[in-house]
Design a protein around this ligand. Structure first.
Ligand code: GLN
Length: 447
């Protein structure tokens, strides 16, 4: 704990943590020491963990890096966080992220961007940017983030670490601030696949507080990490021919596929005809869900309240205009538009249908192949400010991560070398739903 606290202080310019729980972490560590001595310590004893600012932890500030939740403290601890505590994880602090997890560069945070530790002029990725940099810069051993359309995988790729999103519904969302409820999933940012497996094992499983959570049994993931000798691997031909894909990332992906072929696995190109529809359907559906989820922040129940309101309507308008940043407002407006009576069928219903097609085709491929391999991102970490004003470019950069989110399947990003400027490249692997133990075991072959 002292080691990480020193590092956090020294690297405070990275802006990874919004709050550090130094004294609490020290007393948690003392308690864990006592349990270790007594032989009663849990599976995570000694693991120093950071929490993205979207996870409820009783009596601790929680604000999704938004002005609108200023001063809000959580009244309860979410299920995943509670399970970590019960296995003796030590919480070191609350991590910066994009506002309401909306973004891919951590630049929409009310508290400013997180800096990439390899080059502080570059972004961390997002939305779990603080969580990724905290692991990258050795400010904690592991971070818990959330992934709606790539938010643990993409920053993990930009920072050269492992980012893992389990199957939708594998981990309870109770205590996770909602962005788009049919996509949101808690995920991990770690240095190793082993740590990802262990954390999943602790957090996963049924929960009476989340009716959508799966009742599938939870395997002992951390004990099932031996890869099989032969796998069938598919890669989507068009992904590698995508305009805008950095040639060095393309080369790194092809090299990884070649290595796998050399190890005796079957590696084949496959066609996926819906690549162009992935990003539009993702943004129609997630903004629709967000516009509904974020309606609760009205100045009455939580956090910030505009001081100069004169009646209820002006209270709502002023609080939300002042409390939400521009990206969140854009998404609420977009979502409200696609759900409006005149446009519902043209946009929302159609996007739901497209989601179904994407899911069915992806599931079909994952019956033919054990895994799909593709890049995590089209570029490496870009410079702070470079893409921020170009909303469409920022959305389109999610092209490789949102397929798994639309399909609800697990996906992991593992480090796969660097570009010529030394910035990390991520390789992404997708598997069928609830096949995490196979996905994690396989990932070890490419890390
Ligand atoms: N970049 C994507 C978005 O802005 C993903 C965010 C996320 O997974 N929370 O929606």
């Amino acid at each position: 704990v002292e080691y990480y606290l020193d590092n956090i202080q020294r690297e405070s310019h990275l802006n990874a943590f919004l709050e550090v729980w130094a004294d609490e972490a020290r007393s948690q560590a003392d308690a864990v020491d006592a349990k270790l001595a007594a032989g009663t310590a849990g599976k995570l004893a000694g693991m120093v963990v950071g929490l993205k600012d979207v996870l409820a932890y009783k009596d601790h500030a929680l604000q999704s890096s938004s002005h609108i939740l200023d001063g809000f403290k959580s009244l309860f601890t979410g299920t995943a966080v509670q399970r970590l505590l019960e296995e003796d994880a030590i919480f070191i602090g609350r991590q910066n992220c994009d506002e309401f997890a909306m973004g891919a560069s951590n630049e929409t945070s009310y508290f400013g961007p997180v800096r990439n530790a390899l080059d502080p002029d570059r972004v961390s990725g997002g939305s779990s940017g603080g969580s990724a940099v905290a692991v990258q810069a050795d400010l904690c051993l592991a971070s818990i983030g959330s992934d709606t359309g790539g938010s643990v995988r993409q920053p993990a790729a930009f920072c050269g670490i492992v980012g893992f999103k389990p199957t939708y519904s594998r981990i309870s969302r109770y205590g996770l601030i909602a962005y788009a409820s049919s996509f949101d999933q808690i995920g991990t940012l770690t240095r190793s696949v082993e740590d990802a497996a262990l954390l999943l094992e602790v957090m996963a499983g049924p929960d009476e507080f989340d009716s959508t959570v799966s009742k599938e049994p939870v395997p002992a993931y951390s004990e099932l990490l031996t890869p099989a000798p032969h796998y069938r691997i598919g890669y989507i031909r068009d992904c590698l021919e995508r305009p805008g894909l950095n040639p060095e990332i393309k080369a790194a992906t092809e090299e990884a596929l070649e290595v796998l072929r050399g190890q005796g696995h079957v590696v084949e190109a496959v066609d996926f005809p819906y690549l162009d529809y992935i990003v539009p359907s993702y943004y129609i559906l997630t903004t629709a869900e967000a516009s509904s989820n974020l309606s609760r922040f009205d100045g009455v129940k939580y956090g910030y309240r505009a001081p100069d309101a004169t009646d209820l309507e002006s209270l709502y308008k002023k609080t939300r205009s002042q409390g939400f940043g521009p990206e969140v407002q854009r998404r609420i407006l977009l979502g409200t538009f696609v759900l409006s009576a005149d446009y519902y069928d043209a946009y929302y219903t159609k996007a739901q249908r497209v989601r179904r097609l994407i899911k069915e085709k992806t599931d079909e491929l994952l019956r033919q192949y054990d895994f799909l391999v593709l890049p995590t991102t089209p570029t490496t970490a870009f410079h702070i400010g470079d893409v921020e004003q170009d909303t469409l470019a920022m959305y389109l950069a999610d092209i490789f991560t949102v397929q798994a989110s639309l399909a609800g399947i697990p996906a992991i990003s593992v480090p796969s070398g660097t570009d010529s400027e030394g910035m990390p490249i991520g390789l992404q692997i997708l598997s069928g739903a609830f096949r995490e133990e196979h996905l994690l075991a396989f990932s070890k072959l490419v890390t």
